[in-house]
Write a protein that binds this ligand. Structure first.
Ligand code: FEO
Ligand code: CA
Ligand code: CA
Length: 664
């Protein structure tokens, strides 16, 4: 989700982790000066990386010669393609020699009987059969092991009413306002959230949706779900509609996600706080819990029509969101399960890998300034020969929170009731309490406060784990720590973790900063892209990422802008190995106002799916528009470019012209 709230005139559409609605008031060490000293010493000792970092920060001339080196093909990069120019316009762009075809747009048919998309007559009933809004996570579940036929699973994170509905925005004397939403519009929003499961097939080099796919499914904010794991049935999860504390309608704000080794679809619930409004009854026991999560934030208007989103009427409902949801995509009648064992926070994603022991490890980010990095290790082991045997692996296991040491070591601290400070004296009567208030448990364990942890990707080829840290402009100089080394970190960074003995289930490991992001030609930014990185290759705000089958890292960004970085968001190829380490190249970029989500490679590395989220959301700071962007006056009408069609978030399939693996 886009951080640039100040550029957006439509406060009701905003819902932002980055605004610190939740609040980490714990005094977990921000290790301060000792660490900044240590950090400069480490950089000095790190040889080539440090040298290139220093060169990159002080010498624009060095960058120009890097451009020339790249043009001559001397970079030693693992990626072979000619990068595109960074910039801003109304269209998407992909590297020469590649097709970037729009596969699925907001409003496209997913289920049989879906009406064709008519933005002037959109209804909840139509929306519930059509592709939802603001595609974020994209996963691919191969059918019969195929890389050209499978299920595409896509999260629909949130809605932008000012871009979706005609007649909502008014500008009078330069003042922008937005009308209240009708119940019908709220119902469309609820049906546009959630996820899509859709069969797709590649024929003659082009991906197509299988319109009558038997497994096609829409999941929305009203889909019945089951709550499982240690917090299921707890009193704090009970409501008037569900006295059992085990049944809940729908999922909210599904950001990144994952596909498990056994082929289920994981939807992470991120900024759930924004959907709640109203006041808790005076002296209510959940007050401190909700404050830590920023509940209620009241960005959405659903509580005007549905009591469960109003705290004064249904005070426990927020405890039923902020979980990891697992969906059996192979059974369209299956009930999605909220797996409480993986904790409750603003879950960004849930990428997984099978450890040496056969246990499965899920890496989890809590996307808020000063919040934490987590992982979950299953008790049971993955059975590759019996899919059914894996179906409840996510109900039993250990959740850990990361503590990054100032010496480059790290520990994974278990969030287990009764251990350390996680006791009744501190308000935890059971493991359910630990999970419902995961953030508080992390605070008490002394976890390291991070700069907005987003997607975290284990890499099975090189054995490392990559952590995207988007930014944190609120970090003060006395709050820097080794793993978050920049005050007022506007551009974010990427950490590389090496688990102990190469075991993803280990409880200790080492870490390095792979990359401090931002413009390397501005010394004050302190970015550490290699000198091989061109003026097009650097980026800010790493958010989602993918590792292809060759083990190469691809980074998608959220928050680049005409004014901030002179470029839109996009997909960058980032070298992690050898002399090219920390070299980045721009492969694809989105239209103005959009954020880059996905990305995902098919197992044969011949297709990259990317999700273009909230195109046209903004454009005031782009010379091509220069004023607020809303339904009637959009900064882009991507991807259709028809005067009667609004801009539509869409999934794009990138393939090499003539076929073959991408970027080799
Ligand atoms: Fe939904 Fe943290 O991005
Ligand atoms: Ca994200
Ligand atoms: Ca990912």
């Amino acid at each position: 989700m886009n951080e640039h709230v100040t550029q957006n005139p439509f406060p009701t559409s905003l819902l932002e982790e980055a605004d610190g609605e939740g609040h980490n008031a714990s005094d977990n060490a921000t290790m301060g000066e000792i660490i900044s000293k240590r950090f400069s010493r480490r950089n000095f000792l790190q040889g080539s990386l440090a040298v290139s970092a220093i060169a990159a920060t002080v010498s624009p001339v060095a960058l120009m010669s890097a451009d020339e080196a790249r043009a001559a093909g001397k970079a030693g990069s693992a990626f072979n393609f000619n990068e595109i120019e960074a910039g801003v316009d109304a269209k998407h762009h992909v590297a020469e020699g590649y097709n970037a075809d729009v596969l699925l747009r907001w409003g496209d048919a997913v289920l049989p009987g879906a009406p064709s998309f008519d933005p002037l007559k959109q209804s909840a009933e139509a929306q519930a059969k059509q592709f939802g809004y603001n595609n974020d996570y994209v996963g691919f579940i191969p059918l019969k092991g195929s890389s050209t036929h499978g299920l595409l699973v896509v999260n629909h994170e949130y809605t932008n009413p000012h871009l979706m509905f005609p007649g909502l925005v008014k500008i009078v004397d330069g003042k922008v306002s937005q009308n209240k939403l009708s119940k019908e519009q709220v119902d469309v929003e609820m049906a546009a959230h959630g996820g899509t499961i859709v069969e797709i097939r590649k024929e003659s080099g082009k991906w197509q949706v299988v319109a009558d796919g038997k497994l096609n499914r829409r999941i929305t904010s009203n889909t019945p779900m089951q709550i499982t794991g240690p917090a299921a049935g707890h009193d704090r999860l009970k409501t008037a509609a569900d006295p059992t504390g085990t049944r809940v309608f729908g999922t909210l704000n599904n950001c990144a996600g994952g596909v498990t080794p056994w082929g289920t679809y994981i939807m992470a619930e991120e900024n759930f706080h924004g959907y709640f409004q109203g006041k808790l009854p005076e002296g209510h026991a959940e007050a401190a819990n909700y404050k830590r999560y920023g509940v209620p934030e009241g960005s959405y208007e659903w509580g005007n029509f549905y009591d469960r989103f109003d705290l004064s009427k249904e005070p426990n409902e927020p405890n039923r969101f902020g979980w990891i949801v697992e969906v059996d995509a192979m059974d369209p009648t299956s009930t999605p399960k909220k797996r409480t064992a993986l904790g409750r926070f603003k879950h960004e994603g849930a990428e997984s890998i099978v450890a040496k022991s056969g246990k499965v490890v899920f890496y989890l980010g809590d996307d808020e300034r000063f919040d934490y990095v987590y992982k979950f290790v299953t008790d049971g082991t993955f059975n590759p020969n019996d899919r059914k045997a894996n179906m409840d692996l996510l109900d039993k296991g250990t959740l850990y929170v990361a503590k990054f040491g100032e010496d480059g070591s790290m520990q994974w601290l278990p969030l287990v009731h009764g251990q350390g400070p996680l006791t009744e004296a501190n308000g935890f009567k059971s493991q359910a309490d630990v999970l419902i208030e995961t953030r508080k448990a992390g605070d008490l364990l002394g976890a390291t406060k991070m700069d907005r942890p987003e997607d975290i990707q284990p890499n099975g080829v090189n054995g490392k784990v990559y952590v995207m840290l988007t930014n944190n402009t609120k970090r003060k100089a006395d709050q820097v720590n080794a793993a978050n080394p920049r005050a007022e970190n506007a551009f974010g960074h990427i950490i590389e973790i090496t688990e102990k003995d190469g075991d993803f289930a280990a409880t200790a490991g080492k870490w390095e900063v792979l990359l401090k992001c931002g413009d390397p030609s501005v010394a004050a930014v302190g970015a550490t892209f290699s000198t091989e990185t061109t003026k097009n290759g650097w980026f800010g705000m790493p958010d989602n990422c993918a590792v292809d089958s060759a083990g190469r890292l691809w980074v998608a960004t959220d928050g680049n802008s005409p004014k901030g970085t002179g470029r839109t968001d996009g997909l960058w190829a980032v070298d992690t190995e050898g002399s090219a380490r920390a070299t980045s190249k721009l492969f694809f970029r989105v239209p103005v106002g959009a954020e880059m989500c996905g990305p995902l490679f098919t197992p044969d590395d011949e297709t990259a799916f990317v999700a273009v989220q909230h195109p046209g959301d903004g454009g005031e700071d782009w010379a091509g528009h220069g004023r607020p962007s809303y339904y009637e006056d959009l900064s882009t009408r991507w991807p259709d470019f028809k005067p009667d069609m609004p801009t539509r978030p869409a999934v794009v399939a990138i393939t090499k012209i003539g076929g073959g693996k991408i970027a080799v």
